[in-house]
Each structure stands twice: as structure tokens, then as C-alpha cells.
Write a protein that binds this ligand. Structure first.
Ligand code: ZN
Length: 304
């Protein structure tokens, strides 16, 4: 079972790394990693990746940054060259391959950059300089407008996997509501591999959710799934992510999560909230009684 670990931080000096092709310095010809199994980014050829990398090199804030092409992403980071390469391979490629195995057939339409800033100072400074905004989260975010994942990688690889899910949802399930987009993404912020499948583990969101259950503060699943994007993000009383994540966790543990994803995606025009599809996949008539059983399940979980 593979788990994502935090790695020590160091600073290196090489300018360009070619994933799967060893390490090269800034003057090397750009090669692109990828094989038949990981697939090709739809409509994006090697020459376009090469152009993109050349352009990116010109925009790098300093010579401490390294670039690794890991389709459909380009990973850019200011940790040691070897560390950036390892994250591209062991986190990005690993997660992309496993996520595709269960969920996604389409790559994002455009090349997406994954910026891995080595600490809080680098993250805040460069997010402002490169994207013109101060981050609102200490961990990282996905900016569809900038076609970028912007990460403070010192907070761990889990947030990176969370953010990788979002551009794939955008490409494969554009009508996915925020509750399921965030539920699925946050499931994998603590994850590993079990029987060849990407698998979410219990994590830091559990304690707050258990407390909310004990306090009787959770909305019904009908209410949660009906939240608009605005409501999910801006009117969250602190339980939306946890409730969505542990619903996905429950489905995963029942072997129903991938089935729910594909059924919801197929039915989204008729069932935009996913609530009816959820009922069908669970085989539940009485969702109030389901919620009580699910709450007991969550109360019985321990943080791994
Ligand atoms: Zn998210």
C-alpha cells in the first residue's frame, strides 16, 4: 500500500528536468514523458508541450525553478530538482494513472501547469506575482482561468491530489455540482493504493464532522446535494466538505463510488443534484434512515 508522504525540503539549481529522461540542464532539448497507458492529452502534441515549456521558462521567477513535463500537466517547482521530478512521478503521474483507471477518459483540453512552491513564503509571494492574487487557502488551489494548480507543497502531497481531481472533473463531468466535485477531490487528499485502486483514507476532516453529527448540525443529504456552487462554498457552516467527503468515503467502502460517479455523470441532465442517482445506487427508499446509519458509520471511524 503506497501512502503519500511529506518529503524534506531542499533547494536546487537545475533549470529543467525531463521526467522519465533523467535530469538535464537548461540547454537540453525538451523531451516529453508519457506512455501509451497514461495516454496523450487530447489534441496536444509534443511540439505544443515544447513551446509551452519554452514560454514557461521565460516566465520563471528565478533560476531555482525546475520544469517537469508529466502529461497532461507541466510541473514547475522551486524545491530541489530531484524532488520536483519525484513529485511529478510519484504523486502526479501516480494519481493521474489511478484516477483514469476508475473515472476519467478525457484529459483536460489545455496544458495545465502545476506550480509547487516550496514553502508558505514562496507560495504567497509567487501566487501574487504570477497570478495577481493572494491565496485564500494555506494549501493550494486550482485556477481554471490561469490553467494552473497553485500549491504550497510543504503542506503535503495530499492537497496536490485533491487539486488534480478538479481539472479532470471539469474535462469529464462539466456539470458536476460543487458538492460532488469537492467530495471526490477531498476524498483523495489522504490516499493510497489498494488492489490497484486509488483509495481515500480517513483524515483531519473527520473530527469536525463527528462533532457536527453529535450536535445534530448536519443538513440532510437532500439539502447538501441541492446546494448551489455559491451556497456550497460561501454559506458553508464548516461541514459541507466533510459531509461530502465522508459520503464519498462511505460509497467507496461499499464498492459503489465509481458506480455512482459514472451513473451520476450519465444522468446529470435529469438529476442535476445527484440525489436521485444516489438513492438508486444505494438502493435506499428511506434516506432519513440511511442518514442515521451513515452517521453511525462515521461516528465509528477512527483517523488513520
Ligand atoms: Zn477542491
Amino acid at each position: 500500500m503506497l501512502r503519500l508522504l511529506l518529503v524534506p525540503l531542499t533547494v536546487g539549481g537545475l533549470a529543467l528536468i525531463l521526467a522519465g529522461c533523467g535530469i538535464a540542464d537548461g540547454g537540453a532539448v525538451v523531451a516529453v514523458a508519457g506512455d501509451a497507458r497514461s495516454g496523450r492529452t487530447a489534441g496536444i502534441d509534443d511540439a505544443e508541450f515544447e513551446r509551452h515549456v519554452r514560454e514557461l521558462e521565460r516566465r520563471l521567477p528565478s533560476d531555482e525553478f525546475h520544469i517537469v513535463v508529466e502529461r497532461p500537466f507541466v510541473v514547475v517547482g522551486d524545491e530541489a530538482a530531484e524532488t520536483v521530478r519525484r513529485r511529478a512521478n510519484e504523486t502526479v503521474k501516480w494519481a493521474v494513472d489511478l484516477l483514469k483507471r476508475q473515472y476519467f477518459t478525457r484529459d483536460p483540453e489545455h496544458i495545465i501547469d502545476i506550480w509547487l512552491f516550496r514553502d508558505k513564503a514562496s507560495y504567497e509571494k509567487h501566487a501574487r506575482e504570477l497570478f495577481g492574487r493572494r491565496p485564500t487557502t494555506p494549501f493550494g488551489y486550482y485556477s481554471a482561468a490561469h490553467r494552473a494548480l497553485v500549491m504550497n507543497i510543504s503542506t503535503g502531497g495530499g492537497t496536490l491530489v485533491h487539486e488534480i481531481v478538479h481539472p479532470f472533473i471539469r474535462a469529464n463531468f462539466p456539470d458536476c455540482p460543487a458538492w460532488f466535485n469537492e467530495g471526490l477531490a477531498s476524498l483523495y487528499e489522504q490516499c493510497g493504493e489498494k488492489d490497484g485502486r486509488i483509495t481515500g483514507y480517513t483524515n483531519w476532516r473527520l473530527a469536525g464532522l463527528q462533532q457536527a453529527i453529535r450536535d445534530g448540525r448536519l443538513p440532510s443529504f437532500e439539502r447538501l446535494t441541492a446546494t448551489t456552487t455559491e451556497e456550497f462554498y460561501n454559506e458553508d457552516t464548516g461541514t459541507n466538505y466533510g459531509q461530502a467527503r465522508y459520503l464519498c468515503y462511505y460509497l467507496q467502502e461499499q464498492g459503489l463510488l465509481a458506480k455512482f460517479y459514472h451513473a451520476f455523470r450519465r444522468n446529470v441532465r435529469d438529476d442535476p443534484t445527484g440525489y436521485r442517482t444516489l438513492q438508486t445506487v444505494l438502493g435506499e427508499e428511506d434516506m432519513e434512515s440511511f442518514q442515521r446509519r451513515w452517521e453511525q458509520f462515521v461516528l465509528g471511524l477512527r483517523r488513520e
